[in-house]
Design a protein around this ligand. Structure first.
Ligand SMILES: [Zn+2]
Length: 114
């Protein structure tokens, strides 16, 4: 697929890996499909290789098209979790739950003051 040329991609691991407990891998690929095939064959990065060795499943959760090495550097300076739609879904759910708990407390306090 030509549309997957020169992209930055974010891999999410289902479990944290290694001493650093990394759960994401961000990379640049001139050909994403070939790169993913390399990762599957444990030829890409050491992080993905150890995930494969431990049987930890992973997936590409986000792709930035028309990227270059400057874009990769900019993305790598950010917190991967904030870029990951998979992690952010869970984060926003937790926030929503906290919000509803807080508003329940406020309502309860208001009703007992009568
Ligand atoms: Zn994630």
């Amino acid at each position: 697929m030509d549309s997957y040329r020169d992209v930055c991609y974010l891999i999410h691991f289902d479990e944290p890996i290694g001493k650093s407990h990394a759960q994401h891998y961000l990379g640049f690929a001139s050909d994403l499909h070939r790169r993913i095939a390399q990762h599957r064959a444990s030829e890409g990065s050491s992080l993905v290789r150890s995930a494969n060795a431990r049987g930890i499943s992973w997936r590409v959760v986000r792709v930035w098209r028309d990227a270059d090495l400057d874009a990769e550097r900019a993305l790598k300076s950010m917190i991967p979790k904030n870029l990951c739609p998979h992690c952010n879904v869970r984060l926003s759910r937790r926030k929503a739950r906290l919000k509803s708990m807080q508003s329940n407390q406020v309502q309860g306090r208001a009703s007992t003051s009568h």
